[in-house]
Write a new protein. Sequence first.
Length: 86
Amino acid sequence: MGWKLKLGEGIVAFYLFFAIIAPYVVNRENVENWYSIIYWTHNPRFAPPEWVNLFGRSLPVTETIEAVKAGEGVYRMPTASTIPPP
């Protein structure tokens, strides 16, 4: 048996192992809501997963910032469309 065949068998065995064990290790609620769009709406679309930092990158944790209405202590900065012409 060649080394390429053994490597291929190892890769297939690796994927099969994780395919079989994943439903028992992953959060049950996430598995049940995998295809539910409403369940995942609060997750930022382009945010990297938390495990990215395990590979040496030091990215800050993704946070969702809620919008604040202008009021006491919050000021709107003038933009080109809000400044009256001279």
